[in-house]
Design a protein around this ligand. Sequence first.
Ligand code: SF4
Ligand code: SF4
Ligand code: SF4
Length: 348
Amino acid sequence: MITLNINGFEVEIKEGSTIYQAASSIGVKIPTLCHDERLKPHGSCRICVVEVEGARSLVASCSTPASNGMVVHTESESVITARREILDLMLANHPLDCLTCEKAGRCTLQDLCYQYDIEESSFDGKKKKYEKDTSNEFYYADQTKCILCGKCVYVCSQVQNTDAICFVDRGFETHVGTPFDLGLAKSTCVSCGNCVAACPVGALMPKRKEKFRYWEIDKVKTTCSYCGVGCQMELLVKDNKVVEVEPVKGHSNDGMLCVKGRFSYDFINHSSRLKKPMVRKNGVLEEVSWDEAYDVIANKITEVKESDGADAITGFSSARALTEENYLMTKLMRAVIGTNNIDHCARL
Ligand code: SF4
Ligand code: SF4
Ligand code: SF4
């Protein structure tokens, strides 16, 4: 363990931790745009700079190791001046369309400009211009809003392990693109949307079917029902309707989802979704009570068992059900009905 001083507070932390981690451990918030605990530190945005007594210049706290006896200031005058300068430079090449930007309310750049009172850039010059890449079915890329933080690129390569996107060109022309700039649809992208979830600005956004603002939604934490991995996610709900899905960090899926969990939520509010038991009577499906439905099932199973034996019956369970539910299904088939004919949808 090492001990350092941050903003006048003593902090004890494991050797090898960064200044940012030491500050976070005592609740001192340092702003970041490119930092993500799942990635190797890359110090791209510099907004997390802090002052270290005795150091020649400000240091990026996300990539500088904390050391014994270090004295750190995270909100000194020089730190604030540097952060304002960085935001000023970023805004010099960023459309100020917060009124219509779909990220408004959850844009880290917007939040930081508010925190450090930056209304517009004091710099003038060439602006970057890119066509939106809308070729992916589920999300779009708008490189005019990109601040080149690199999170999307590194999430795709280091966490998702797909390597579909990378930095293309150099200097002013640098942008996030696909090989030969052929567009997302022609890349190896698997549409997981994990880059979208990581983007701190409106450069990567889900294609929405509903218009909403982030302050209008309620979040409901739940488990993805598509497969047995059981990823944790948050449903964004507006007026009792699911309008978007976001991954949750800190669980086994650690902020990652696949394309199904992330983008395939339309069925939840679909008008033809089956919500009540139905029984076919005289060739027509009719809504019935659960009791009546169970009676029909039990009677039919008993009928078949009596006429043809238990092995004439097969049970198919679901990889989308819980382990406990699958256990009960096995018990039902083997112990109650008396057959070993039991399987599940993942092997169909
Ligand atoms: S959607 Fe997934 S695979 Fe495609 S670029 Fe983003 S992180 Fe990579
Ligand atoms: S698209 Fe978003 S996540 Fe990717 S580099 Fe640009 S700002 Fe960062
Ligand atoms: S998000 Fe994908 S991997 Fe995760 S539980 Fe859902 S279907 Fe399975």
